[in-house]
Design a protein around this ligand. Structure first.
Ligand code: AMP
Length: 122
């Protein structure tokens, strides 16, 4: 599997400051911001600052400090959002995962009881 990163994707442009975002949390290795089309009362996207297209790309190739920084951001977002009653983390990946933006991002969804996973699959 090879991973080709397109640096014109919208999250790369957000990281370069070319497009505004509603930042929830930021550290040296990750940025978390509100999803522009929220699908739950809490809907935050967490992205690494490095050029990774997908979860498997990030998990297999990001340096340990990048991975630590990313998961520190996950913890901080959950704390800030107050999702003590639970949440769902989703990483849509490539065609079968219906990934629209080719920069790895983790959706954190919560703030209410969510429906079952994969309602369209059957
Ligand atoms: P995915 O299908 O997992 O690639 O989801 C991409 C997500 O990015 C969607 O939930 C969009 O609503 C969200 N999105 C797209 N553009 C922006 C933006 N400029 N700011 C915040 N969220 C965005």
């Amino acid at each position: 599997m090879t991973f080709d990163y397109d640096d014109q994707n919208i999250f790369a442009r957000i990281l370069r400051g070319e497009i505004p975002n509603k930042t929830v949390y930021e550290n040296d290795h990750a940025l978390a911001f509100a999803d522009i089309a929220p699908q739950a009362p809490v809907h935050v996207l967490i992205i690494p600052k490095g050029p990774y297209v997908s979860l498997d790309h990030f998990a297999g190739h990001a340096r340990p400090e990048e991975q630590a920084g990313f998961f520190q951001a996950v913890a901080e977002v959950c704390r800030i959002a107050g999702v003590d009653d639970g949440f769902r983390a989703i990483a849509n990946t490539r065609a079968h995962g219906v990934q629209d933006v080719p920069h790895f991002h983790l959706h954190i969804l919560g703030g209410k009881r969510l429906g079952r996973m994969l309602p369209e699959v059957g």
